[in-house]
Each structure stands twice: as structure tokens, then as C-alpha cells.
Design a binder for this molecule. Structure first.
Ligand code: SAM
Ligand code: SF4
Length: 355
């Protein structure tokens, strides 16, 4: 059976497909291009004491020209070839994937690929209510929202957009339409939303959703990330355990899961902690990423990308694409180097890579 096996013995099962590099939000940890964001990074932390080793000029991101963005048939073709190599999970992401016109048609085509066991989408949720039913009908199984605050003002500060009510509406609608589980991701940043972890967890219990707290990673366009900004998963967990009775979920059957998870002893819903900075899980990573412009990334923190467009657009066969994917995967990094002296932040932000 053909597989995507790397040189460290890991077999990849999960392909994350970014379908646009554009976004309608300006999150502080991703595209911090608001005055709020500039003020936050300027005033809160002592960059001398705790520098970002990759500190340098901000990443000047320009939206990719349309002709460089993969067309739906190109995305579906790569997905089909990857599924032929053992990928079973597909996640559509971005940028903000719901900005891409016809996203529901793309989802329908991905859902129809034989061998796809799990089809999910990550969204900031702002446009979700408008697209939800069409996405569900097209075959989308799961959706993850990003919502870092329960407070509309703080939400606006973090995302640059007055959108808290719309995102909440989207989350409720996802539950009503039967997406299960509904996940909500919250990136926790010291001094910005760390006082809200209990409120976010209470929301998970009240709404029966899975709230996943994510450590802030150095993937922001300002290259302003510092270790001081990061609230470790351990601290988040201690805070939540002080307030809620949490029961650890047995995850032994799925070691590649990024989140360590707990359910509430006294109610529905669960929390997860994703701690790539303080507790890297690279040894079990089974993920591969494709950017909207057709570049394969073997790690969030890869410094090299592999462009599939020349093959796609010059008549390569499916077999050659499969061979190329296998060759690329062989070079998957053992792990990231966040926190090491030689760490270098990738040239593209999370919004371009696809989370
Ligand atoms: N726009 C969509 C959204 O926000 O859900 C999808 C793309 S976004 C890049 C995917 C995920 O990456 C989001 O959950 C976001 O919170 C997370 N993310 C972005 N920048 C991050 C960072 N610097 N550290 C940790 N997570 C980050
Ligand atoms: Fe925020 Fe997602 Fe947009 Fe990045 S891509 S700015 S995380 S909404």
C-alpha cells in the first residue's frame, strides 16, 4: 500500500489545504496590522530582555496574484493524489477560507474523493452563518472556529474587527446544523486575553463545544513574538483545574492529536490544550500542508517550500505528482526549533501557511 512516509518513520495522514492567503481579520498574533497591535507590541514587553531571535523587519505580505492561486480542479487533483497515498483527513483553511468564492463547491468535490474519512474547515467564523447550510450539504463534517475572547471589545482588539456577535452566531448555527464536534480555538497571549481562559472554558461547558487553548507561536507578520507573550499550556491547565473539575480523556488510540484534552466532570463540553512551544509534539506529527499558491510545507516552521504548480501546469501525470509528494515528505523536519538560539521564523505568516 502506497504511503507518505518520512525519514523519521512517521506516516502522514492529514493534509491541510489553504485555499486563500486573504483575510478579513487582522489578528494580533497573525496579521497584526492595526494600531492596537502596534501599541501592544511596543509597550507591553521588554524586547531587550527577551528578544525574538528572528526579530527583524516585519514580513511585508502582499496578497498573491490570482493566477498563482491554485484553481479548484488543481486543489482537488492534489488532494486525490494525496488520498491515494494514504491521506485520510483533509482540512480546508487559509487565510480566511470563506472568502474564497465557491468554497462550498470545492468542499463538495473534496468530500466526493473516495478514501476521505474526515473533512474539516477552520474559519474565523465571521461569514460562517451565510455559508453554513451549503457547506453542510456539500459534505463538510467538522468545523473549527477561532474565537479568542468572550468580550466583544477585547475580541475587536485582538482581531481588528467588530465581529464577536457574528462569530457567536456562527458557532450556535454549527451546533444546530449538526456539525460534531464543534471546536473553538483560542490563542492565549499574556496581558491580552489570558484573564479570559476561565470564561472561555465556561462557554465550552455551556454550549457543549470543544475549546482549545493554543500557545502563541512565532508566525506573526510583525515578527514581534517573544517568549514572554506565551502563556504555557501548563499554566493554562492549572488555572482551569483550580476552577473546574476536569477529567483527562484517554487519547492513547490517537497519538498524533495536537491537543491534550479533558472533559468537564459536571457537564458537557471539553477543553484542549495545544502547547507546541512548551511541549512540542513533533515526534507524532502526521500533517502536511499545502499553501494557496500550491507550495507543499512539511512543517509549520519549514524554511523551504516545494512548488507543485510547475508540475500541475506542465502536464505532469498523477504518478509523477505522487512520486514528487513522496520525495518531499521524505525530507520532513524532525521537529521545530522554537526557543533554540538558531530558530529562524519562516518567511510567511500563519495566514499564508494555513493553520
Ligand atoms: N482564518 C481562519 C481562522 O482564523 O480560523 C483559518 C486560518 S488561521 C491561520 C488557523 C488557525 O491558526 C487559527 O485558529 C488561529 O488562531 C491560528 N493561529 C494563527 N496565528 C497563530 C500564531 N501565531 N500562534 C498560534 N496560532 C495561530
Ligand atoms: Fe486571524 Fe485567521 Fe485571519 Fe490569521 S488568517 S488574521 S488567524 S482570522
Amino acid at each position: 500500500m502506497l504511503a507518505l512516509r518520512d525519514s523519521h518513520g512517521r506516516i502522514l495522514k492529514d493534509l491541510r489545504i489553504s485555499i486563500t492567503d486573504r483575510c478579513n481579520f487582522r489578528c494580533l498574533y497573525c496579521l497584526p496590522e492595526t494600531e492596537e497591535a502596534a501599541n501592544f507590541y511596543r509597550t507591553r514587553f521588554d524586547a531587550q530582555r527577551n528578544p525574538n531571535p528572528s526579530h527583524g523587519l516585519p514580513i511585508q505580505h502582499e496578497w498573491k496574484p490570482r493566477d498563482q492561486i491554485l484553481r479548484f480542479e488543481e486543489i482537488v487533483r492534489i488532494a486525490r493524489v494525496a488520498v491515494g497515498l494514504g491521506i485520510t483527513k483533509l482540512r480546508v483553511t487559509g487565510g480566511e477560507p470563506l472568502l474564497r468564492q465557491g468554497v462550498e463547491q470545492l468542499v463538495g468535490q473534496l468530500a466526493a474523493i473516495p478514501g476521505v474519512e474526515d473533512l474539516a474547515l477552520t474559519t474565523n467564523g465571521f461569514l460562517f452563518s451565510r455559508k453554513a447550510e451549503a457547506l453542510r450539504q456539500a459534505g463538510l463534517q467538522r468545523v473549527s472556529f477561532s474565537m479568542d475572547s468572550m468580550n466583544p471589545e477585547n475580541f475587536k482588539r485582538m482581531t481588528g474587527r467588530d465581529g464577536h456577535a457574528s462569530v457567536l452566531e456562527g458557532i450556535h448555527l454549527a451546533r444546530t446544523l449538526g456539525f460534531r464536534p464543534v471546536k473553538v480555538n483560542a490563542v492565549v497571549i499574556r496581558g491580552i486575553n489570558d484573564h479570559e481562559v476561565e470564561d472561555l472554558a465556561a462557554f465550552a461547558r455551556q454550549e457543549d463545544i470543544s475549546l482549545r487553548f493554543i500557545e502563541f507561536m512565532p508566525l506573526d507578520s510583525s515578527r514581534a513574538w517573544q517568549l514572554d507573550h506565551v502563556v504555557s499550556g501548563k499554566v493554562i491547565l492549572e488555572r482551569l483545574q483550580a476552577r473546574f473539575q476536569l477529567v483527562a480523556i484517554d487519547q492513547s488510540s490517537n497519538p498524533s492529536e495536537t491537543a491534550r484534552r479533558w472533559h468537564f466532570a459536571d457537564g458537557p463540553g471539553e477543553i484542549g490544550i495545544i502547547a507546541p512551544v512548551s511541549q512540542p509534539f513533533c515526534g507524532h506529527c502526521n500533517r502536511l500542508r499545502m499553501t494557496a499558491d500550491g507550495k507543499i510545507r512539511t512543517c509549520l516552521f519549514s524554511l523551504h517550500e516545494h512548488d507543485l504548480k510547475p508540475l500541475l501546469r506542465n502536464g505532469a501525470s498523477d504518478d509523477s505528482l505522487a512520486e514528487r509528494l513522496q520525495e518531499i515528505v521524505l525530507g520532513k523536519e524532525a521537529g521545530h526549533r522554537i526557543g533554540q538560539k538558531d530558530f529562524v521564523q519562516p518567511a510567511r505568516t500563519m495566514s499564508c501557511i494555513g493553520g
